[in-house]
Design a binder for this molecule. Structure first.
Ligand SMILES: [Zn+2]
Length: 276
């Protein structure tokens, strides 16, 4: 049984979704919302964290949870592992994006003891989950397929979609966006032929083929727009589309999960690096 848990990031619903599957948690979310996670877990004591990547909105609570649960095991891609053990570089990078809002947004980021971590490279099976390397959003992003149910847990690899709407946005913040690698990762996910896609932002998608198609289109469209338009136009167009496709409260959830100015910055950087 999978349980999607809305951790109510900054008190807002439909921003960050953690998943619990028989004591396994996929992406616990940030430390700032860890009390809600623990509260909603109820009597369940988590034994394993499967991290899709180390960004603070997905994995920020890892250190705090390791302290609270002394037997908790953590799985993460090998490139991400050192930054859980010593989060200083991760915090510096996030600080450039979030500035003075760091503490309010993400809370306490504790280092993770090395002996709790199992580093992944993709291709292995752990705790009943197949692991695939799915870069594009981050160079160390992995996705998980629960073999018993066919449910996939894909972090940010399959985009941002806030129910009840199908409208999909590609989360493209700096500094590691790679559009080609991301399109390959979407192919990798499609080849799993999963029953559902568990998005961090937000919830499980059952129309898998349609969703992956929408995500591919969103990624290509956003990339093209960032290449040819300026930041102001990029943001205005995205907001127009969001308001047209959803409702004002949902736009708030979208913009908290994936701030449009950051989506522009990540793609602008991608094109600049590519030209160099
Ligand atoms: Zn995210």
């Amino acid at each position: 049984m999978t349980r999607p848990i809305d951790v109510l990031h900054l008190g807002r619903d439909r921003v960050i979704c953690a998943y619990e599957i028989d004591g396994v948690i996929v992406d616990p979310g940030p430390a700032s919302s860890v009390d809600t996670l623990i509260d909603r877990l109820g009597p369940v004591e988590p034994r394993v964290l499967l991290l899709t990547h180390i960004h603070l909105d997905h994995a920020g609570a890892t250190g705090v949870l390791c302290k609270r649960y002394p037997k908790l095991k953590v799985y993460v891609h090998e490139v991400g592992a050192p930054h859980l053990i010593d989060p200083s570089k991760l915090l510096k990078s996030a600080g450039r994006l979030y500035g003075d809002d760091m503490w309010e947004l993400w809370g306490e980021v504790r280092p993770v003891p090395e002996d709790r971590i199992t580093a992944l490279s993709g291709g292995e099976t752990v705790e009943g989950f197949r692991v695939a390397y799915t870069p594009g959003h981050a160079s160390h992003h992995v996705s998980y397929l629960h073999e018993a149910t066919g449910d996939a847990y894909v972090g940010d690899a399959a985009g941002v979609r806030i129910p009840p709407y199908a409208w999909t946005v590609a989360p493209t913040p700096p500094p590691e966006i790679d559009v080609e690698a991301w399109l390959d990762s979407l192919h990798t996910l499609a080849c799993w032929n999963p029953q559902t896609l568990g998005l961090t932002h937000f919830g499980q998608v059952t129309q898998v083929t349609d969703h992956l198609h929408r995500m591919r289109m969103a990624l290509v469209e956003q990339a093209e727009r960032a290449r040819h338009k300026d930041e102001e136009t990029f943001i205005a167009r995205m907001e127009q589309e969001l308001f047209k496709a959803t409702d004002p409260a949902t736009v708030e959830s979208f913009e908290q999960a994936a701030p449009p100015n950051q989506l522009y910055m990540g793609l602008e950087r991608y094109w600049r690096k590519k030209a160099e």
